[in-house]
Design a protein around this ligand. Structure first.
Ligand code: PHE
Length: 346
């Protein structure tokens, strides 16, 4: 009997189970009513009284050993069962947070889309520029106030008193890209330049030191102010709706002559007057004009043969009108409670 107990003890000791079935056959073999331990307890009755104490103790230890083995294997299976719950293929997936396009990107893409339908192609240029591309070639007089440190972020300036075409600065408008296009391409030119621009302004609800522009340029023979007006009317109706009217007010830019500012009829009140258009019925949208002959000449384009128009608009301004957001700063804070609201947009 003792020999048998030792034999079984060793077997129990070395037993391992890979599956629930293995464990169940272990239970049937050792621990069930018809199992080996039951048999041994049955035989125990026939043990001589003088051996009962010793054999009885060994037998109880063996039973304990088998039970312990069974329980530890079983609980290790339970742990892996819980883990494998994560791979239940029939479960619905975890909610996946989808991002959304930034409203500035949505409006920029819309503007690009409208102009590309009438043959304008996108050109890009550096944000860190020199005075030559941002001011000099665009007919800014050397003492023009835009060149002042108050308005322009300089990276390096040759002299604190005078501006110099080699001064390095952050572009204040994307007209600099158009200078680069004029210098490197021959007319006809039809291009728009979207991009970030920088001006040294105090940040408020209506102004920011970084904002985005889309500027356009069209140069060919016989380009007239009427072409400019029709192009802008087409754009405005695509952007703000079929019934939109435009008006051009005389203005001044060094690089265009004549220059104008364009208003569109207020789409909120339909021109009747409301607090968005400050009861005028009109909203100011962009600056434009006929490219100044000095600019064409500075970029080696024959101003006797070619004429052109240019326009430039702030993307934030259009986005504010489109979404009725009154505080410009919201576009730069990246608060997802704000950005989330544009999820359904393109
Ligand atoms: N560059 C001007 C600005 O930044 C906009 C503009 C572009 C005006 C082209 C006229 C013609 O304000």
């Amino acid at each position: 009997m003792l020999e048998k107990i030792n034999e079984l003890s060793q077997e129990i000791n070395t037993f391992s189970a890979l599956s629930n079935e293995d464990l169940e056959s272990f239970r049937l073999k050792f621990l069930s009513k018809k199992g080996l331990l039951s048999d041994l307890f049955e035989d125990f009755k026939n043990i001589a009284p003088e051996h009962k104490k010793e054999v009885g103790q060994k037998l109880n230890l063996l039973k304990q050993q088998a039970l312990e083995k069974y329980n530890t294997i079983k609980s290790s299976f339970l742990v892996t069962d819980e883990k494998s719950e994560g791979t239940d293929l029939s479960r619905s997936s975890y909610p996946f947070q989808l991002g959304s396009r930034h409203p500035i990107s949505i409006v920029r893409n819309e503007i690009i889309d409208i102009f590309s339908r009438i043959g304008f192609i996108v050109s890009e240029g550096p944000e860190i520029e020199n005075d030559d591309h941002v001011f000099t070639k665009l007919n800014f007089a050397p003492e023009h106030p835009a060149r002042d440190m108050q308005d322009t972020f300089y990276i390096s300036r040759l002299s604190m008193e005078d501006s110099n075409p080699e001064d390095i600065l952050l572009r204040t408008h994307t007209s600099s890209v158009q200078v680069r296009v004029m210098q490197s391409q021959k007319p006809p030119i039809r291009t728009i330049s979207p991009g970030r621009v920088f001006r040294n302004e105090a940040i408020s609800a209506r102004a920011h030191c970084i904002f985005h522009q889309v500027e356009g340029l069209y140069i060919d023979e016989n380009v007239s102010f009427a072409d400019l007006k029709q192009t802008l009317l087409f754009f405005s109706r695509e952007m703000f709706g079929k019934d939109t009217e435009i008006r051009l007010r005389p203005s001044y830019f060094p690089f265009t002559e004549p220059s104008a500012e364009m208003d569109v009829s207020c789409k909120i009140c339909g021109g009747k007057g409301c607090n968005v258009c400050k009861y005028t019925g009109w909203l100011e949208v962009l600056g434009c004009g006929m490219v100044h002959p000095n600019v064409l000449e500075a970029c080696n384009i024959d101003s006797k043969k070619y004429t052109g128009f240019a326009f430039g608009m702030g993307i934030e301004r259009l986005a504010m009108l489109k979404y009725q957001v009154n505080d410009l700063r919201l576009y730069f804070e990246n608060d997802i409670r704000f950005l989330d609201q544009f999820k359904t947009a393109l």
